[in-house]
Design a protein around this ligand. Sequence first.
Ligand SMILES: NC(=O)c1ccc[n+]([C@@H]2O[C@H](COP(=O)([O-])OP(=O)(O)OC[C@H]3O[C@@H](n4cnc5c(N)ncnc54)[C@H](O)[C@@H]3O)[C@@H](O)[C@H]2O)c1
Ligand SMILES: O=C(O)CC[C@@H](O)C(=O)O
Length: 402
Amino acid sequence: MRVLIADKFERSGLEALQAFGCEVIYQPDLKDDSLVAEIRRVRPDVLVVRSTRVTEPMFDAGPIKLVVRAGAGYNTIDVAAASKRGIYVSNCPGKNSIAVAELAFGLILALDRRIADNVIELRQGRWNKKEFSKARGLYGRTLGLIGVGQIGQEMIPRAHAFGMKVIAWSRSLTPERAATLGIARKDSPLDVAREADVISVHLALTPETRGMIGAEFFAAMREGAYFINTSRGEIVDQAALIKAMRERGIRAGLDVYASEPTAGTDDFNDEIAREPNLYGTHHIGASTDQAQEAIAAETVRIIKTFKETGKVPNVVNLAERTPATHTLVVRHRDRPGVLAHVLGAIRAAEINVQEMENIVFAGAQAAIARINLESAPSREMLDRLQVENPDIIELDLLELKS
Ligand SMILES: NC(=O)c1ccc[n+]([C@@H]2O[C@H](COP(=O)([O-])OP(=O)(O)OC[C@H]3O[C@@H](n4cnc5c(N)ncnc54)[C@H](O)[C@@H]3O)[C@@H](O)[C@H]2O)c1
Ligand SMILES: O=C(O)CC[C@@H](O)C(=O)O
C-alpha cells in the first residue's frame, strides 16, 4: 500500500507505517498544483494531510482510496467530491482535544492577566506594575461553551479546577447529559452569550456553523467579557468581533482565522492581528508533542486496519440514511450461486440494492443475507425465487421504518 503524506507528520508514525509494509512518500511541503502533480506521479492509495487542502483535482489525479485527516476538523477536504467517487475520508477524533483545551485555558489566563503585554513591556525595559495590577480573576466566574464535543468536554474539568461555573449550548446536549457533566444547559448560543464572563467556541465548521457567531452574539455578550475561538475562523464574523472589541471592550483569544495561511511560515497581514484587545496564536492548538504522537498513532491504526481488513475506522463520509425502503432477509444454504440468483432476480426487477451483508452460522452450512432495497419486490417474485432455488430456505421482506 502506497501512502503519500503531504504535511508535517511524526517520525514514529512514518516508522510504524513502514514497519507493516507501507511504501511511504513523505513530502510535507506539497500543496495545490504541486500536490496534484505528485499524486499523478506517485499514484498513492492513501493520502494523509493536516491543514493541506484536498481538492477535487487531487481525486482525479490518481487512484486514492482513503484520505486521512491527521487531526479533528476535516473542513479543508472536499468531502462531497470524495463521497461521489467512493473515497473514504477519516479523521482522528479526540486525539488532540486535551492540547486544544490547554491552549484555550492558556488564552483565558493570558487575557485575564494581560500576560503578553506584561512580557512585551518587561522586554522593553519597563516596569509597569501599576497598569498590570488590574485583573478580574477566574474563580467564581462563568465559562460559556458553544459546542460540547471532544474539546468542549475537556474544557469542563479544567474550568471546574479553577472554580468556574460552566454553562453550555450544544446542538445535541440533553439536560441529562449536562447534569452528568456538571454543567448548566442553555437553549441557545445567545443565552450563553448573555450569562458568561468567558466564552469559548468549539464547533466544527459546516455550512450551518459558518458565520454563526456574529453581531447579535457579540451584542449579547457582557461588556468586557472574554471571547476564545480555537475551532475555525470562519465560524466567527470577524468584522463584528473587531467592532465588539473596539466598542464594548471584548477581549479575544484566537488561535484560528478565516484568512490564515496553510503553510508553516508566511506573511499574515490580517487587520485583527493589530487589535490591542486580541491575543492571537498561530493555529497551534493541536501542536503539542503528546497530541501529535496520539494523532500519528491513530493515523497508523486507520491505515493498518484498512490494509489488513479493507475496513476503515472513523469514516466521516458514509450515508447516515440511504434511500432503502425494505430489507430482504434470505436464509440460505451456504453454497455457491444462491446470492447471485437472488441478486439476478432483483436486477431483473430493476430494483437498486443499497446496503448488503451475509452472516454465516457455525459449521458454514447455512447463512443469512440481509439486502436493503430501494423498493419492495413483488410477492410473486419472492415465491418464484424460492421455487427456483432449493438452497433458499426462507425469504422475508421487512419494511424499514423512516
Ligand atoms: N486549533 C486547533 O489546532 C484545533 C485542533 C483540533 C480541532 N480544532 C477545531 O475544533 C473543532 C471541534 O473539535 P472537536 O474535537 O471538539 O470535534 P467534535 O466533533 O468532537 O465536536 C464538534 C462540535 O461541533 C458541533 N457541530 C457539528 N456540526 C454542527 C452543526 N451543523 N450545528 C451546530 N453544531 C455542530 C457538534 O455538535 C460538536 O459539539 C474541530 O472541528 C476543528 O475545526 C482546532
Ligand atoms: O494539524 C494541525 O496543526 C491543526 C489541526 C486542527 O485544526 C484539527 O482540526 O485537528
